[in-house]
Structure formats: C-alpha cells, structure tokens
Design a binder for this molecule. Structure first.
Ligand SMILES: [Zn+2]
Ligand SMILES: [Zn+2]
Length: 272
C-alpha cells in the first residue's frame, strides 16, 4: 500500500491521532443532529423545504469525509455503534446499503490495489464518465449488491438493513413531501461526492491512476467555505493520502508541499 515516495522526515504532528478520531466521530454525531433537526424543522414548517437541499449540501460531505478518515483509524469495535450501522450517511442512503465494517474492508481493498481488477471500487472509476456518474449515483445499492454476492448476508448486516428500513419508513411516514426532498437531496449530494472521490481522483485524461487535483484560488476558498477544509484537502490530495493513509487530513496540504520540495526516496509511515 505504501509504495510511493514521501519525504522521510515529515513532522510527526502530520500523523493522525486519537484526538483527530475523536473530532471525526464528534463531527458525525453533530452532523446527525443537524440533519435530523433540520428535517424536523422542515416537517414543522419552520424551515422552508428549499432549505433542506442546502442543509444536506453543507452537512453530508463533512459526514462522508469524517467516516472516510475514521475508516483508517478505528475498526467497528472501536466506534460508536450508530455510526457503524449508518455507514456513509447519518440518514440511510437506501434500504440496500453497507455498514461501516463492510465499507472499511472494501476501502482497504481499494487502497491495496487501486484501479485494478481487484479494486472493489473500480466500477465507479472506469469507463465513460457518464457511466461512472451513474455508478456513483447508484453506488450504495451497487456496492451492497456486489458485497452480498461475494460474501453473503450476515446476521448483523440483516439487522442493520432492517433498522435502516425502519428509519426510512419512519421518516417518510412523518412527512412524505419533505422526505422526498430530503432523501433526493441526500442521494444527489452523496452521488456527486462519490464521483469526485473515486472517478475524478482516479481517472484523468483517459488514464486510470491516483491523482491530485488543483483548484483556482477562488474556487479553493469557496470549497473550503462550503464543504470545509477537511473535505476539500482530503479530496484534492487523494494521491498523498494513498501514499500514506495515516497522514491526517489537516496535514495533507503541508505533506504535499514537503513532497514537492523533497528528493527523498523513502516512505515515512506514521504507524512505523
Ligand atoms: Zn482512492
Ligand atoms: Zn482512504
């Protein structure tokens, strides 16, 4: 996994810590409160319906990236059971979607062999961009279907899916109109985030690989403002993340800058 070069002596404070993990997991719980609270306010007509897509746009990408960072730190036994059950979103993405444990195993397989035939995320990386976009928009069901086809249905996954079904039915029963707006917003933002985090960083100029992205300064500032620094920096520096997944997202920009100014040929592993 750690096969490319990084400076051998980047500062130890670049490495991800327990404190980072705590902040990611707290971020998830705060995000859940805001999303469900926002939905309740929309049902009670305190928040206009058009506020729901805005809320989802601001909160969901932060949840997604917090879960991605957690995947590299905690297994499912070390993490809040609610986050484990929900997987990649504070509101169930689908009646057919994976939980944290399966997502973690898939993500580690992606890191082990990105863009190869052994990469379980390859289906949302390769092919025409429209096909990749469709696959990103339907990735909760497709990833779950592929997992179940390969590993079968475990009792814990059945339990998690049943809880998700109950939550979706409960939210829809509360207010069907608000639920349609809320859930479609979640699926659209999740799908576009998925497209950025797999296709855009692993497929450029007709070639599959692992790449960094750059944004003009104004767009960078806008992205940091709307999505937050962690989401922006983790997406733009996905190549650095693949070289060493234990660099904290907050330090990826600094690690890139050190890499650009180093001719070192050894790998510094934060876990070494
Ligand atoms: Zn990747
Ligand atoms: Zn990763």
């Amino acid at each position: 996994m750690l096969t490319q070069t990084l400076p051998p002596s980047f500062p130890a404070e670049y490495c991800v810590t327990e404190l980072d993990a705590l902040q990611y997991s707290r971020g998830c719980m705060v995000g859940t409160g805001i999303m469900i609270g926002g939905y309740a306010l929309a049902v009670w007509q305190v928040l206009p319906l058009w506020g729901l897509p805005l809320l989802v746009l601001l909160v969901l990408p932060r949840w997604m990236i917090n879960v991605h960072e957690l995947l590299h730190i905690y297994d499912e036994q070390q993490l809040n059971p609610f986050i484990c059950l929900m997987g990649a979103s504070p509101v169930p993405l689908s009646i057919l979607s994976l939980s944290y444990g399966q997502i973690r195993r898939q993500h580690f397989a992606h890191h082990a062999a990105p863009t190869t035939a052994a990469d379980p995320d390859g289906y949302r990386i390769h092919g025409h961009w429209l096909q990749a976009l469709w696959n990103a928009l339907t990735s909760p069901e497709q990833s779950a279907g592929r997992w179940i086809a390969q590993h079968g249905l475990s009792g814990s996954l059945v339990f998690d899916l049943t809880v998700k079904l109950g939550l979706l039915v409960g939210l829809a029963w509360w207010d069907r109109g608000a639920f349609v707006v809320f859930w479609l917003s979640i699926r659209l933002v999740y799908g576009l985030g998925d497209f950025a985090f797999f296709r855009l960083v692993h497929h450029q100029r007709g070639e599959a690989g692992t790449f960094g992205l750059t944004l003009p300064p104004l767009l960078m500032t806008l992205s940091e403002w709307v999505f937050g620094q962690t989401v922006t920096h983790a997406t733009l520096n996905h190549d650095i993340h693949h070289r060493n997944p234990y660099i904290a997202a907050r330090s990826l920009m600094a690690a890139r800058s050190l890499t650009a100014h180093s001719d070192g040929d050894s790998v510094h592993d934060c876990r070494a």
